[in-house]
Structures are given as structure tokens and as C-alpha cells.
Design a protein around this ligand. Structure first.
Ligand code: GCB
Length: 597
């Protein structure tokens, strides 16, 4: 046995834990890049021996006559990238540990070129090696990361080796327990990105919330070079300007134009092209303003009621993590069919395809980081991990005009540590992106004598209050729904970010009489009652049924009806419309007629 010894192992773990991946450059899809998707060779490592004494990252081969190795990558053991590993092999269905991936590639370096390897996401911890050398580690299953590999790549036979481990961890984000399936693996696209020495790392082009003919923003280069001319072109708006970088490699953009605004009915996008030296990047950008005035949400200056739905990043028919444009289209088309103008993408940042499909189809978006029930707030590392995820997603999506909310949490119980963390995250989101609204989904609402009171002290720090309430399912109605009184100390809009109940499609047992029958009629009553209540809440500015489609959740163990699925979908896992779908759709269609937007 070739062991590296305990000290070596500890040092290696420490090195891994300390070297986070570089925050990735934005808009990989608009750059000079090639996909490293496809079949990757894999090794299943349930005891996680490969990171320690087995040293799988070396990808070594036997050398002499008496030598042998007790691991090997080979072409007969492959998994598709992107894609979660759990859905690709029956023996991995409930797997929560390490899988090693390897992809060989050749590369012809050009003059003055730089090369980066970029991962859209890997759940939950990824350790990345190139030709036996560690590039670094990324923690967090739903945000992108990259490593520069200029100078490390050879013309022939490079091997990128990645250990992905999806074990749930106490101080992880999310933590030990959550109500969705823990799909592990390299779940999103992998790109090789070519740049020149100086390139555009980041940019923002959005409307000034106070003036809908004023495009503001910036470009930021990868390095702090002053005096670089960056060209910004939006041909359809006759914009063709050059801005000059300061000593930080940063240049502000400020342009006045008459613009056709992005709206749910006319989701207009403009082609944008930015370039510096030989490096260029293209995007499709929309313009709109979003703000709060008193208890109203204003889109392009007009009050809007959000007809939403909650969506998990899962394709239920395949029992797999959604990862492609085609997957995104399935989910987004369902939301459109329901009559939505808004989607809440729970409970973690979804892939870029989904956000872009929503943008093209006119759906506003709530994005969320996985600060979910059960977070270990007293742990000293938690706040920074959450803040990093927030930075990563805001950096990635701040040019998507349909994203209107950054949500910093879902259902966290008040405590000193939790309050401090959420307030800091809300402030950080505002600081990073002052033009969008900050929200969180709360469930600690007091309900007595038929009165719902919003009391959480953190509500003061968000622009819009999200409330998850399950009246008629987890909570009984103490009064007639239309008599429930909502009281708020905050002069702010509220969204019911979750409500609903469980039913099995086409299950006719016991009709509407009891919850434990999982019947569609029981849930129809919940929806009818909820709608009655919604009509009487003066500061309500949107609702999101829980949830678009039944989704897998190992904590749902009722063996006749649930069978490992959370059955609160308006659609069954096969996409069949349950009765509650029609109740919601009818109300949404009426609202659309009355409100116009
Ligand atoms: C919630 C959670 C959501 C669950 C849902 C449920 O409040 O936010 O993640 O799946 O309730 O079905 O209980």
C-alpha cells in the first residue's frame, strides 16, 4: 500500500480547504470558449480514499514489472458531464460521497493567450487538478468557478481530474437537512476559455432606476491597467463608444438613449458587444427599472402584481438535475402556460440557461442562495461561505434584466447569529447591486385569533418581504379565509413566496375530506381558500404556489403516496396537470386581464 502518511494527508486537506477557486469571469457563453462536456472517465470513491493515501489526483500508471495501482480511470467507466451522478447509474441513486472525474484533452496554445478552465457548478465540494497539480477547491454546489491554466497545459495529453463530493455537511450551505434531492457531480457545463493578456473580467450595463433613458454601468478588466480603451457597442441603439480604464482597470459607462423597455409582454433584448485589444465578448441585454414605493413594486414605474410559481432545478421525468437549454425550456414553458409573469427559482442559484430562457420569455426572476432551514449560523465560517455564494451569483447574473430579487435566505429561525448573518447578507447584496431588490422568505409569522403578524426584526433590512405560509396544510385556518387579517409594522410590499398542499395526480380516494388522503380535491380547497385570503391583503404584491411540479425528496417517506417525492406540485412528475393547476391558472388569467402586466 502506498500511503502518504497522516501529516501529508492533513496538509493536503488544509491546502484544499484554503485555496478557493477564483471568482469566475462573467458570461462564459459570450466568450471565445470551447466546451469540455461529454463523457468523462470516473472512479467511484465511497470511502473518500482518493484524496488521501490513494492519491487518485496523480492519475498514475504502473511503471515496472512489479508495480501496480489500486485505482484506474478507463474508457469503460464514464459519466456524462454536465449531469448529476446519482441519475446516471442505479448504484449511485442515493450516493453521497466522492466521485473522481477525468477528461483528457490536447491544446495548441497561441501567442499571448491565456487559458482558463471554468465550471458552471459542481455539487458540493470540487477539488480540481491538472496533470497531477492541484489547481484549487470550490465549495458550493450552484455557483461557477474557474482556474487559470496558462503555462500548465501541454500540447498533448492533458488530464484534468476533479474530485466531487456531495456529502451533506453541518456547516455547509445548505446544511445537513433540506427538502430536495442532493444531486452530486459536475452538474453544469465545463468550458475552456481563451483570452488575451488583458481581458474583460466583468461588466454591468443596466438602467438607472431613477431614469429609464439612462444606461449606467461599468467594465472591469482582469488587471489593473490604466488607459485602456474599451469599446462598447449596442448597434440597435446606435451606441458605439469608447471608455478608458483608470488605474484599477475600471471604466464607468453612462449613456442616454431612448430605449424600448423590457416588459413581460414584450421582453425586448439588445445585442451588446464589448472589446478591449483583441479580446471581445457579446451579450443580449434588456433594460427595465424595478423599485419599491411604499407597499408597491414598480416595474418601469408601473405597479406590478407578481403572478409567480416556485421552481426547483429538476427534470422530474428523468429524475435528474436540470442542466441544459432544453431542460430550461420545459420548466419555463410550464410557468408561461400557467399564466406567470414571475418565477421564484428555489432554493439555490439555477443554471444560466434557465435565467436566460425566463428573460427571453418575459418572466421576472427571484434568485436565492441556499441559506435554508437548518443552517449552522454560530459556525464562524458560515457567513463567509454564504457571502461568497451571493457574490458569485450577483457577479454572474447582474446583467439579466429579468432578475429583480436577490433572496438571502429561506425559512431561518431568529437568533442572534442568524439575525446578524442575514442583515450582513442583505447589506452586501444592496452594496453589490443597489439597483435590484433584496428579499428573503420568512416563515416565523405569528398567527393567533385569526391575525397574521409580520414581526421578524430582519424584515426591516429587506425591500420586499417573502412569506411562506401553509394555511390549510401545515397550519389550520382559525377563521374563514377571507376574515384572516394580515398586520405588518413595515411599510413594504409582501409576497406570499410559498403556499400549497400535497396531492397525488388523479388520486380520487376520500376526495376533499382529509389531508392524509393526498387527494387533489383537498388541495383544490386549499387553493380556493388561499385566493380568498389573498384578495383581502392590502400590501400583497405577488404570490408563488409551492410548487410547479412534484419533486424528489428523500425526506418524503409516506410509502403509498409520496414514495420519495414532495407531492405539492401543480403538475405530477410526468407533467400531468392536477386540479389545483386550473384554479391557479384561472385566477392568474383574471389578474392579467385586470392588471395588464
Ligand atoms: C417549505 C420550504 C420548501 C419545502 C416546503 C414543503 O416551507 O421552503 O423547501 O419543500 O416547505 O413542501 O414543506
Amino acid at each position: 500500500m502506498k500511503a502518504i502518511g497522516t501529516l501529508g494527508f492533513v496538509l493536503l486537506m488544509l491546502a484544499g480547504a484554503l485555496s478557493y477557486g477564483q471568482t469566475s469571469m462573467i458570461n462564459v457563453y459570450g466568450r471565445n470558449s470551447t466546451l469540455l462536456n461529454g463523457k468523462w472517465e470516473t472512479i467511484i470513491d465511497p470511502f473518500d480514499a482518493g484524496i488521501g493515501w490513494r492519491a487518485i489526483y496523480k492519475d498514475a500508471k504502473p511503471t515496472g514489472k512489479n508495480d501496480f495501482l489500486e485505482y484506474s480511470f478507463d474508457e469503460n467507466n464514464t459519466l456524462n458531464v454536465p449531469g448529476d451522478y446519482n441519475s446516471q447509474m442505479p448504484e449511485l441513486t442515493y450516493y453521497e460521497s466522492s466521485v473522481w472525474y477525468k477528461k483528457a484533452f490536447n491544446y495548441q496554445p497561441g501567442k499571448n493567450e491565456r487559458l482558463f478552465i471554468h465550471f458552471g457548478a459542481a455539487n458540493y465540494i470540487a477539488d480540481v487538478f491538472l496533470n497531477g497539480k492541484k489547481l484549487g477547491r470550490h465549495e458550493g454546489g450552484f455557483t461557477p468557478f474557474q482556474f487559470e491554466i496558462t503555462g500548465l497545459v501541454k500540447e498533448k495529453d492533458n488530464a484534468v481530474v476533479v474530485r466531487v463530493n456531495n456529502s451533506r455537511v453541518k456547516n455547509g450551505i445548505p446544511g445537513f437537512g433540506f427538502d430536495w434531492f442532493n444531486y452530486g457531480g459536475i452538474t453544469r457545463d465545463v468550458h475552456l476559455i481563451k483570452t488575451h493578456d488583458v481581458f474583460i473580467d466583468d461588466y454591468k450595463l443596466q438602467l438607472d432606476p431613477a431614469d429609464n433613458s439612462h444606461i449606467t454601468g461599468y467594465v472591469k478588466l482582469n488587471s489593473a491597467v490604466a488607459g485602456k480603451q474599451v469599446s462598447v457597442k449596442l448597434p440597435e441603439l446606435k451606441i458605439d463608444v469608447k471608455v478608458t480604464t483608470d488605474g484599477k482597470g475600471y471604466a464607468a459607462i453612462s449613456l442616454k438613449r431612448k430605449i424600448r423597455l423590457w416588459t413581460p409582454d414584450q421582453p425586448r433584448l439588445y445585442t451588446a458587444r464589448l472589446s478591449v485589444d483583441q479580446d471581445s465578448i457579446s451579450d443580449r441585454i434588456g433594460f427595465r427599472t424595478i423599485k419599491v414605493e411604499g407597499t408597491q413594486i414598480l416595474l418601469n414605474g408601473k405597479p406590478v402584481f407578481l403572478r409567480g410559481v416556485n421552481i426547483h432545478e429538476e427534470i422530474p421525468q428523468r429524475k435528474a438535475r436540470a442542466y441544459s437549454d432544453a431542460d430550461a425550456l420545459v420548466l419555463i414553458n410550464w410557468a408561461k402556460e400557467l399564466g406567470c409573469n414571475f418565477v421564484r427559482l428555489v432554493h439555490y442559484p439555477h443554471n444560466e440557461y434557465t435565467i436566460k430562457q425566463a428573460e427571453e420569455k418575459g418572466l421576472m426572476v427571484w434568485e436565492e442562495i441556499p441559506v435554508y432551514q437548518g443552517i449552522d449560523f454560530p459556525d464562524s465560517t458560515v457567513k463567509n461561505k454564504a457571502a461568497l455564494m451571493l457574490r458569485e451569483v450577483i457577479k454572474r447574473d447582474k446583467n439579466r434584466c429579468n432578475v429583480i430579487f436577490w433572496s438571502v435566505a429561506n425559512e431561518t429561525g431568529p437568533s442572534k447569529d442568524r439575525d446578524r448573518t442575514l442583515v450582513e447578507l442583505a447589506k452586501e447584496a444592496k452594496m453589490l447591486d443597489p439597483d435590484r431588490l433584496v428579499t428573503a422568505a420568512f416563515n416565523n409569522v405569528s398567527y393567533h385569533d385569526g391575525k397574521m403578524e409580520l414581526k421578524d426584526s430582519v424584515m426591516k433590512y429587506v425591500d420586499v418581504i417573502g412569506i411562506n405560509e401553509y394555511m390549510g396544510w401545515y397550519t389550520d385556518w382559525a377563521k374563514d379565509p377571507e376574515k384572516v387579517q394580515w398586520l405588518s409594522d413595515f411599510n413594504k410590499p409582501m409576497i406570499i413566496s410559498e403556499f400549497g398542499g400535497e396531492s397525488v395526480y388523479n388520486n380520487k380516494i376520500d376526495t376533499a375530506v382529509k389531508a392524509s388522503a393526498w387527494s387533489e380535491d383537498y388541495v383544490v380547497n386549499i387553493y380556493n381558500n388561499q385566493i380568498k385570503m389573498f384578495k383581502g391583503i392590502p400590501f400583497l404584491q405577488g404570490v408563488c404556489p409551492w410548487v410547479l411540479v412534484d419533486f424528489r425528496s428523500p425526506v418524503r417517506m409516506q410509502s403509498t403516496f409520496q414514495k420519495g417525492w414532495n407531492r405539492k406540485g401543480l403538475l405530477s412528475e410526468q407533467g400531468d396537470k392536477k386540479k389545483a393547476w386550473f384554479v391557479m391558472k384561472e385566477w392568474y388569467d383574471q389578474l392579467k386581464k385586470t392588471n395588464g402586466i
